[in-house]
Design a protein around this ligand. Structure first.
Ligand SMILES: [Zn+2]
Length: 418
């Protein structure tokens, strides 16, 4: 879906920026640097970095950030790797992060291969593209000697994928209160802007009971029957279409044989919403029905033998903002000025969830190029016109933090603990 420009003032600021000679030089540099960016992307993808095991890729990336002149580059306690590019020390602080981790185990990583103009390899798009985009943008900053008004914190997180549960960005946000804005870079076509974040809560529910023989012990409660009662009730829940709120029992398992009362049965539940309060509400409803399944099965047999073990296995906070917010409009205007179509594919779950849930303006931008097969061994990337991604990201960054002598920051400075 296309996103409209509704803040003409922001469009004007971004247009003026794009007409500045240093900015034009930087945009041209990004176009010319595409082959180097592609090589970076392939080098990064060749280094394994499963979630929880990102150290090797992190060490490599840290050395690249240092080499490109970032100051104070650190690998923090969580494993995130980032440094600072100082502005004039008077403006807001913007964070620009890609993520180091991939969904692939250590031994699946291979050197990406070029076939018919496309590059194939695990993580070549997600998120080696975001990581490489950051490197080319840093080179463009240096090449054109761009001095921003605000500061930039630039780098990469760990634990963005799956069971990583956004631990990297959570640790980063918990540690500091000087962040005024946040951009996550993910695979996506140039001009793609995500400004709503789907929150999720995930549970593993295990029912435990006495077990026994299906005939001889008949009359005792069954864990599978308790599970079935809970699922039937959950399946009947009503949820609002807006904000979109969903529930799914994604995996069930349990029992030991056809002629046994099940001693154990478990399910994995996924709950999502774009609104934090709706997520809390569906969670409360579902957890009540989980208890109901247990109580109803115990009541049926006048027993107290079924018990529940509940484990939360995922917690990604929800967050949303209006598309008229300055951070969204700056990104949308940057796309327009570059003659790209600003689009959104609706809410997503990325590192941006965490800052947005804390009230920090945050968006996710596409890093350019075309891609497919993400999270599969057939993952590919097509670099045709991919430089447009970094161009849009650069213009968005400059709009948000301001360019010395040219424009004031469009991003507002927040007070700590605001
Ligand atoms: Zn990703």
């Amino acid at each position: 879906m296309e996103i409209a420009v509704v803040k003409k003032g922001i469009l004007e600021v971004v247009r003026n920026l794009s007409l500045d000679s240093k900015v034009q030089e930087a945009l041209a540099f990004l176009k010319g640097n595409q082959d180097t960016t592609m090589k970076d992307q392939m080098d990064i993808a060749a280094i394994p970095a499963p979630t929880f095991d990102e150290a090797m890729r992190g060490a490599y990336y840290k050395s690249r950030l240092e080499e490109l002149g970032l100051e104070n580059v650190v690998r923090d306690a969580a494993g995130n790797v980032y440094g600072i590019r100082r502005g004039t020390e008077r403006g807001p602080t913007l964070v620009v992060f890609a993520h180091l981790d991939t969904v692939f185990p250590l031994d699946t990583h291979v050197r990406p291969e070029v076939r018919n103009g496309k590059v194939y390899g695990p993580s070549i798009a997600d998120d080696s593209r975001g990581l490489a985009s950051i490197l080319t943008i840093l080179r463009a900053f240096d090449h054109s000697k761009l001095t921003t008004v605000g500061n930039l914190i630039i780098g990469a997180t760990v634990c963005e994928e799956g069971l990583g549960d956004l631990q990297g960005v959570k640790a980063f946000c918990a540690e500091r209160c000087d962040v005024d804005g946040f951009i996550a870079l993910e695979p996506g076509q140039a001009g793609q802007v995500t400004y709503e974040c789907t929150g999720s809560r995930r549970y593993k529910v295990t029912y435990q009971g006495p077990g026994g023989h299906s005939f001889n012990d008949f009359g005792k409660p069954s864990s599978i029957h308790a599970l079935g009662r809970a699922i039937a009730a959950i399946a009947d829940l009503q949820v609002p279409p807006h904000p979109k709120t969903t529930f799914t029992v994604g995996v069930v398992q349990g029992g030991s044989s056809v002629n046994s009362l099940a001693a154990e049965a478990e399910m994995l539940i996924d709950l999502r919403s774009t609104a934090a309060d709706s997520l809390l509400k569906i969670e409360e409803q579902v957890l009540k029905l989980v208890q109901h399944g247990c109580a109803a099965e115990n009541d049926r047999w006048n027993s107290e033998m079924i018990a529940i073990q509940l484990e939360r296995v995922g917690d990604r906070p929800a967050g949303s903002q209006d598309f008229s917010e300055a951070i969204v409009q700056t990104a949308v205007s940057s796309a327009r000025v570059l003659e790209l179509t600003p689009t959104t594919q609706g809410p997503k779950g990325t590192d941006a969830n965490v800052p947005l849930s804390l009230g920090i303006p945050a968006i996710t931008l596409g890093s350019g190029g075309d891609f497919g097969g993400v999270h599969s061994l057939g993952e590919w990337f097509d670099p045709t016109n991919a430089y447009q991604g970094p161009q849009q990201i650069l213009l968005t960054i400059l709009g948000l933090v301001g360019l010395k002598g040219v424009s004031q920051p469009l991003l507002r400075e927040r007070k700590c603990n605001e």
